[in-house]
Each structure stands twice: as structure tokens, then as C-alpha cells.
Design a protein around this ligand. Structure first.
Ligand code: ADP
Ligand code: MG
Length: 415
């Protein structure tokens, strides 16, 4: 089996150089874009402009950049211009005005040969309705792009097989599309887009037609694939939860314009206007916030080497009934309770004799939704540790409630 993807180096994924740069992109559907734009600038609504000119202002003055390796989500209600924007990027739709730079080339201004080359080498597209060819096998569907490029049959089949393996469809090569479930069809769509090893994947509501559970699986797999392959992805969705889960950054669109661009947290925590605020009003914060967002600094902590008397003193001083015990390197050893420590001091025991090592632990990236039950079941705070096992925070019931009660959650609430 041939190795299809080169290992993506740290340097490449960590790079901030934009792979896509869109400048002042505008698209008007209809025969009098000038007139439509004139009316737009005069403050007329999309609907009024359509009634007067028959033209639709679908995109207006869109500017943004996407970094290499980023998942950039375009989110917005139906009709807000998401698909139009995505299709301008591979010029399936011709922009009315503006620039679209891909890897340093303005694709609005290149000739057809060059455009075809960029589409073939750099861009892969995945659609909501799968768009599989019904009379071809799964293998030939996946190999289709390479076939068009004139790649010999053995080579294209070999690549297509590798891609099917990668999306978990090994063994389905000879199946026909109508024998597959929706989730499997979309895996074929994904495999097909990946065969030409494009740098950029354009995904338009790719998971919107799938059942919720399958949809979630596909989201997880996409994240995992993206980690492995380091692709740049522009993902269109009207679903806020999906956007928050997948997006490194999200652009929220309304009536052909971008109303806010930000990280999921940024969009949730500081919506720039009422529209964004409304859009995010009923999102489940517990799925977005992580342990790192709500933890407090675990103070005080008892040093393993210090002994029960010091631990007791600290607990009395701070009026707490239990304390984390850490090693000199701040590695979490466990915790001791006030009652046990009082006993230990009386009877001359060591911390090791009363140490509870089986403490619930999470990492800073654990979502709140996974922590809530732990906190509810445990009378004592949950420990937050880093990859090396060092204690970095603690989460009490109060901290979670406080975080959820505040809408503009202070994401640095670690003190
Ligand atoms: P979204 O993908 O966010 O639902 P679209 O990009 O499909 O939105 O549509 C944006 C606007 O452009 C809508 O008002 C839609 O009716 C209009 N539009 C989209 N495609 C065309 C077209 N081919 N001809 C005319 N109007 C179109
Ligand atoms: Mg659309």
C-alpha cells in the first residue's frame, strides 16, 4: 500500500500564514448588480432590492482569512449566503467583485486552465446530498476525480482503496451507493474528496442530512482526520452546536454579511451585537466550557513531605474539610480529610496512612458536561491535572454553578 499523505510537521500546522484570503467579496445574482449595489448602499433591504431589480444581493463586502490547518466554520440561517460564499472559493459561482487569494494567487483573476489546476490540486468539495454517481461502485465513485484527471486505473483504484480504509469503509469497494446508509454515503463523499490530497476541503452542510448520533460520529471522525492530515477545512453549517464543536473559528453570517468572526468561546462570551447574542442564547454551555474555564487555583495544597500537622494547620486556617496532597513537583498524590488528619496527628500517623489516592481527576480540556456528574457525586472538589499529572486546578460545585450562572463567563476565572 502506498503512503498517500506526508507527515504534517509542527511547523506547518503551527503556521499562521493564511492559506485563503478573501477581500471585499461581493456577489449579486441577477442582471443588474450595479443598480442592486447602489440600492444596497442607499440602505435598502435585500427584499426591497429584489422587488425593485429582480437581483439578489447574496454576499456583501466579505473579508476574512483562513490559516493553514484551520477549521473555519461559516454559520448562519438559511439564505444568509453560506453556500454562495463557499462556491465562490472554488469559483463554481463567479464573484461580482472582490478578491480570493489561495496560496498567494487571486483565483478570481486567473484563466480557466489555472483555475482547473487549482481546483484539482488544492480544493476538495463535499456536499450535503452526497452527490454520488448511482451506477458506479463505491470504489469507482471514490476514484472518479482521479479518473477525470486521466490517472491509470490501477493507481486510482489503489488510492481509492486507501481512502476507503481511512474513512472506515474498507470492504465496501464493490457496493453500490444505494446499498449504503446516509453516514456511509457521506464517508464515500469524504473519501472521494480526499483522493486527490487537496490542501483545502470545502464542506457544505456535509452532515446536516444525517441522524443526530451518526452526525456526531462523523463530526468526531472529521476532527480526528483533520488532526492526522492537517487539512484546511471550510465547513458550512446552520447548526450552532456543530459550529462550536468543529470550528477553530466561526464566522456568523446574516443577510450576506459577516456579523462576527471569532473562536467558539469568543462568540459565546462576547457576542458583538444583539443578533449574535440571540443566535447563541440557547446553546448548551456545558458542552462548550471546559475544566480549564471554571477551575480555581487549588489553594492551599499540602506537601507530601510536610506531614499531617502542616496539613491540619492549613485546613484549619482556610476553614476547609479536605486538602489535596502533592509531591515536590506538584504531582497529585491524593487528598486527606480533616477528620482523618486530626486522628493521624493524635495517633502519630503519617500522611501516607490516611491518603485517599482514588480522587476524581480531569484535565483542563475535559468538557463541563463530563464533569458535572463527578462533582455532583463527590462531596469534595474534583482535581484538574495536566498531562504530567501535576495539579493545576480544582473544581467545586460552586465554581460550576457560578460559571453557568454568569453569561459572560470570565474564561480566566482561575483565581
Ligand atoms: P445559504 O447557503 O446560507 O442558505 P445561499 O448562499 O444558498 O444561502 O443563498 C444566499 C442568497 O442568494 C439567498 O437569498 C438565495 O435565495 C440567493 N441565491 C442563491 N443561489 C442563487 C441563484 N443561483 N440565483 C439567484 N439567487 C440565488
Ligand atoms: Mg446553503
Amino acid at each position: 500500500m502506498s503512503i498517500i499523505f506526508e507527515q504534517v510537521s509542527e511547523e506547518e500546522t503551527g503556521s499562521v500564514e493564511p492559506i485563503i484570503r478573501v477581500r471585499n467579496l461581493t456577489k449579486v445574482f441577477g442582471h443588474d448588480p450595479e443598480k442592486a449595489l447602489e440600492l444596497y448602499r442607499a440602505g435598502r433591504s435585500k427584499q426591497e432590492i429584489f422587488e425593485e431589480t429582480g437581483s439578489t444581493v447574496a454576499l456583501i463586502d466579505i473579508s476574512f482569512e483562513v490559516s493553514r490547518g484551520e477549521i473555519f466554520v461559516l454559520m448562519g440561517l438559511s439564505g444568509s449566503g453560506k453556500s454562495t460564499l463557499l462556491r465562490c472559493i472554488n469559483r463554481i459561482i463567479e464573484p461580482t467583485a472582490g478578491e480570493i487569494w489561495i496560496d498567494g494567487k487571486d483565483i478570481v483573476r486567473i484563466d480557466n486552465d489555472e483555475l482547473r489546476e487549482i481546483r484539482r490540486r488544492k480544493l476538495g468539495m463535499i456536499f450535503q446530498n452526497f452527490a454520488l454517481l448511482p451506477h458506479r461502485t463505491v470504489l469507482d465513485n471514490v476514484a472518479f476525480g482521479l479518473e477525470i484527471q486521466g490517472v491509470p486505473v490501477e493507481e486510482r483504484h489503489s488510492k481509492a482503496r486507501d481512502m476507503l480504509q481511512m474513512v472506515g469503509l474498507g470492504g465496501y469497494e464493490e457496493s453500490m451507493p444505494d446499498e449504503l446508509s446516509g453516514g456511509m454515503k457521506q464517508r464515500v463523499g469524504l473519501a472521494r474528496a480526499l483522493t486527490s490530497d487537496p490542501d483545502i476541503l470545502l464542506m457544505d452542510e456535509a452532515f446536516s442530512a444525517l441522524d443526530p448520533l451518526i452526525r456526531r460520529d462523523m463530526q468526531d471522525e472529521l476532527l480526528e482526520l483533520q488532526q492526522r492530515l492537517g487539512k484546511t477545512i471550510i465547513f458550512v453549517t446552520h447548526d450552532l452546536d456543530e459550529a462550536l464543536k468543529l470550528g477553530d473559528r466561526i464566522a456568523l453570517m446574516k443577510d450576506g454579511a459577516i456579523v462576527q468572526i471569532g473562536t467558539p468561546e469568543g462568540i459565546l462570551n462576547s457576542p458583538e451585537n444583539e443578533y449574535v447574542e440571540k443566535f447563541v442564547a440557547d446553546v448548551d454551555l456545558t458542552r462548550v466550557l471546559t475544566a480549564g474555564d471554571v477551575m480555581r487555583r487549588p489553594e492551599p495544597v499540602a506537601q507530601w513531605t510536610a506531614g499531617p500537622r502542616v496539613a491540619l494547620h492549613l485546613m484549619e486556617e482556610h476553614d476547609i474539610s479536605c486538602i489535596f496532597v502533592v509531591s515536590r513537583q506538584r504531582i497529585l498524590r491524593g487528598r486527606v480529610t480533616l477528620d482523618d488528619t486530626v486522628e493521624a496527628v493524635k495517633r502519630g500517623k503519617q500522611l501516607g496512612d490516611i491518603l485517599i489516592t482514588d480522587v476524581p481527576k480531569v484535565t483542563t480540556t475535559t468538557p463541563l458536561s463530563d464533569i458535572i456528574s463527578l462533582v455532583v457525586e463527590n462531596p469534595y472538589p474534583v482535581a484538574v491535572v495536566d498531562d504530567a499529572g501535576r495539579l493545576v486546578g480544582s473544581i467545586s460545585r460552586g465554581a460550576i454553578l457560578a460559571a453557568l450562572a454568569r453569561k459572560g463567563v470570565d474564561t480566566n476565572a482561575t483565581a
